[in-house]
Design a protein around this ligand. Sequence first.
Ligand code: GAR
Length: 204
Amino acid sequence: MNKLVLGVMASGRGSNLQSILDAIEKGTVPARVSVVITDKPEAKALDRARAAGIPAVCVNRKEYDSRESFEHALIEVLRAHGVELVVLAGFMRILTSVFVQAFKHRILNIHPSILPSFTGADAHSLVLEYGAKVSGCTVHFVDEGMDTGPIILQATVPVMEDDDHDSLAARVLVEEHKIYPEAIRLYAEGRLTIEGRKVRIDRN
Ligand code: GAR
């Protein structure tokens, strides 16, 4: 089977990137990462990419005067590396239709809550403030909204009485590292069909 070409975009530590690289290395995901892009020069994800021998590119948001010009630069790098599927792994920027249309139905994101609840940048704090008893994570296709695209996979974890942000985030992250590689595998094997808001998964 031909390997799907991934472009991973991250803003920080890159543990989801690492879980994807590890799954590829193990042979469970028929894909390869052709480029890792960050929007910040200090993002640890760049080091993880270099350690794996993958081109690591910073498209520094601060060097662009508009979201559109920034996104055109991202698109150029992704196209130059032959990217077929864009994987947002802790990429903390909302993408406009310029980017979303350039890779229509070919962008995945992971969000650390059970969508559609608790969208946005600090999901764990919102979950704790609200008093929810269950949280988790969601892998979804990206559309023009914030965390609104069709859902592929979700996993849940309990919220404990004594949880703080970091303890909840750590419990959710364990699940993120399972469902993101799994969702990419399903995509790479051609098992996902988008039907309106719903994603049909062919598990045969
Ligand atoms: C992950 O928990 C991811 O779900 C979250 O950022 C973290 C990145 O960690 N993404 C969002 O909150 C997107 N709204 P990582 O850099 O170690 O993968």
